[in-house]
Design a protein around this ligand. Structure first.
Ligand SMILES: Nc1ncnc2c1ncn2[C@@H]1O[C@H](COP(=O)(O)OP(=O)(O)O)[C@@H](O)[C@H]1O
Ligand SMILES: [Mg+2]
Length: 338
């Protein structure tokens, strides 16, 4: 549905060249909740803003439903923007208008005139974001989560196909974050939206997205299904984000390293977690296995489990065990070779 081809964005600030987006190639399909993750300054906001042409790419094309939006004239761009809603970290509400007024604003801008029609649409949107009882509240009277619900209602006012979210939960506490992400997932399903959300938090990707890309210094360094990224992260930044090792585990691993034993990390998806592969390896290959740590990531579609194991016993049998794990589609990373 959306394809970015070799998108570059270069800023020139007093002769300083900043390459905020470098040769970005991404494919986003209808109904995706596509996460774009990266540290601060990675180019996430810039990339997102090219998708509604708040930023014009310096080069490259952005194909949406078969048309290159960078070639749109004024009128087509206006129509396209109506169908592309956006929500923000700091909500961007009008303080002088109540909740109804904030939502109605999006309709007025789009040319709605009839009061009755506007009221009816505002009612629908209020119920969509579960704020039926807050219509005459002003932004200062709302919690962060409620403000973001208003932001979402406003973004959806003109029935967009695409919703862009720029760190929409970054100013919220974990519990409110979860409720907003749940809401986004629900409205995605209900309205058949395509959502692109950027975040610096892996937790958000985990809780909301089916696909994701990781951005570093303006470049996509990894992309794929969220399951893939969590079960088999390739880039060091993804590994770092996905790693669950806490201080004690790192110490434990350092200790084992001194003893010279092999340490591996095994990752497995959903159903495979039910297969008793550890006892199988012990029986089949006659090695000893100690579990150093284990954790499970709950993703939207499945779970990804991670186990850090210490292997002991005959070297060739240890290697055979690792081969067996790989053959059986478990992710294996040798953390220390012993
Ligand atoms: N309007 C602008 N003018 C000049 N430089 C900018 C502008 N917007 C962003 N940048 C630069 O582009 C880089 C990426 O910024 P941004 O997209 O905001 O990153 P992120 O959202 O991942 O934190 C940064 O180095 C930033 O300073
Ligand atoms: Mg940003």
């Amino acid at each position: 549905m959306i394809e970015l081809k070799n998108v570059n964005k270069i800023y020139n600030v007093n002769g300083n060249i900043i390459n905020a987006c470098k040769n970005i190639n991404l494919k986003i399909e209808k109904n995706d909740i596509y996460g774009i993750m990266g540290l601060s300054g990675a180019g996430k906001s810039t990339l997102l803003r090219t998708l509604n042409l708040l930023e014009t790419p310096t080069s490259g094309s952005i194909i949406v439903n078969g048309e290159d939006i960078t070639l749109f004239g004024k009128e087509k761009l206006r129509e396209y923007r109506k169908k592309t809603g956006m929500i923000f970290q700091h909500f961007n509400l009008l303080e002088s208008r109540d909740v109804r007024g904030n939502i109605a604003f999006a309709l007025e801008v789009a040319g709605w005139k009839n009061k009755k029609d506007i009221n009816k649409r505002v009612d629908e949107l209020l119920s969509l974001v579960e704020l039926e009882d807050k219509g005459d509240f002003y932004p200062v009277q709302l919690s962060g989560g409620q403000k973001q619900r208003v932001g979402i209602a406003r973004a959806l006012a003109n029935s967009p196909d695409i919703l862009l979210s720029d760190e929409a939960t970054s100013a919220l506490d974990p519990k409110t974050t979860k409720s907003i992400l749940d809401l986004l997932r629900n409205i995605q399903k209900q309205l058949g939206l395509t959502i692109i959300l950027i975040t610096h938090q892996m937790e958000v990707i985990k809780a909301a997205c089916n696909k994701a890309a990781i951005l570093e210094k303006g470049e996509v360094i990894e992309d794929g299904s969220v399951e893939e990224i969590f079960s088999n992260p390739k880039s060091s930044i993804a590994k770092e984000f996905v790693s669950h090792m806490v201080h004690e585990e790192v110490e434990e691993i350092d200790y084992i390293k001194r003893e010279g034993k092999k340490i591996i990390k095994v990752s497995y998806l959903g159903e495979k977690s039910k297969r008793p592969f550890i006892s199988y390896l012990i029986k089949e290959f006659h090695i000893d296995i100690s579990i150093i740590s284990g954790s499970i990531d709950k993703l939207t579609s499945t779970n990804v489990g991670h186990l850090i194991l210490e292997l002991d016993g005959e070297e060739s049998m240890q290697n055979k065990s690792i081969e067996w794990l790989i053959k059986n589609n478990l992710g294996v990373e040798v953390i220390f070779n012993g």
